[in-house]
Design a protein around this ligand. Sequence first.
Ligand code: ADP
Length: 494
Amino acid sequence: MTPPDNDPRTEPFDLDYAPAPQSTAVVDIADEYGLFIDGDFVESRSGRTFATTNPATEEHLADVAEGSKDDVDRAVAAARNAYEGHWGALSGRERGKYMFRIARQIQERARQFAVLETIDGGKPIRESRDVDIPLSAAWFFYYAGWADKLEYAFPGRRVAPHGVAGQIIPWNFPLMMAAWKLAPALATGNTVVLKPAETTPLTALLLADVIRDVGLPPGVVNIVTGAGATGAALVDHTGIDKLAFTGSTEVGKRIQRATSGRRLPLTLELGGKAAHIVFDDSAVDQAVEGIVNGIYFNQGHVCCAGSRLLVQESVAEEFTLRLKRRMAVLRLGDPLDKNTDVGAINSAEQLRRITDMVDAGVAEGADLHQPDCDLPERGYWYPPTVFTGVQQSHSVARDEIFGPVLTVQTFRTPQEAVDKANNTPYGLSAGIWTEKGSRILWMAEQLRAGVVWANTYNQFDPASPFGGYKESGFGREGGLHGLAPYLRAAGRVA
Ligand code: ADP
């Protein structure tokens, strides 16, 4: 059933928004940043640096030290000394105190972190302010609470940290990914060498400042900035006892191959191509909001993005119409404007990737729709995009795009929805919109996805485990499950 064109339920309303720019006075970006090793900022041994830029303006922000093999070696040695010298033997209660301090400092400096995150990465300030930074603090609070309760987390078992953990994180949630990695590692008594992504190193370096301010002993957390080669040096280092990686499936596979001959505990959180399923009995307006949030949140730079809309055939036409009308009023532009919904693409390289994949979709015969919107002249931008007329064989329906691009396919029965949803090499997340609780439970059981949201999407909580199946990786982050990868297989207490 198609509503008439002048139907007030679906007519976009035209509101002008006055600019609401976030002040940047709270951040002070240095010209140069060093590596954070053994409690101090130091130059890289090679003296090499790389530039980090603001993707919304292409403005050069700072030169950041590029960690070499030597630097990774220094960082691992510092982490080892800290583990053996002090941290490994410290009580959980004391570890927890440091972590609570870090959490409180993130809260106190939340605005500074949010503005810096948006400047360095391009995401809307509304998201960094309301999602990334509060969740980063929440992750430290949550795991700080576990630090002195590990014996209750694993009753009857002796628990012991691995030692030195190597951690590599991506650019889509820079501070939050650092928090997801550091908090469980520290709670369980490990020390860490963290490698942030090369396009978004600044909030991790601000976190290093916090770590120093709260008096965390030197060497417990080391932050080595750099690109893939720095990450590979960390992966190859024989001095690490545990490795955790979040990033693309391609690099994840490379890391698994590189570490396969070693007895190195590994956690991989990789890509996704989530099905977002809408049944004919769903609350339509909420479902439209959910779909929009699922794919256009953070410009679609989200591994669990709901990038494949599966909508029941009987409501597909109306639903797609409403979706397009909602897309038409998404505000794209200055990420520092508090009204902005869709910010900048994180890098020129990512913009190229998205453009190539969308072009391939058009060439394969899918129907492209992009609302009229003016893209700023400078910076990296891509409009919210939806493909209809999509076949399962189209690359846009199969490959992870990691951009603001949604595909629409239809289904008739719940079983067909399940079959289509599971027809992917990935298995990270899925979403369901329906009124029927029994159907939600049945679907959730059938879907091969680590996280299934029902009548909502993109909800994160530190108490809730997150992670994938198949090519989306293995291991869980968050909750009790997120502690286990940082502990040695613990024997029964006699
Ligand atoms: P994305 O698609 O999100 O850019 P990548 O997998 O390329 O994901 O990057 C995620 C993280 O992995 C970044 O910190 C990046 O520098 C790092 N990285 C890239 N290549 C390698 C590699 N060969 N070994 C280890 N880390 C790598």
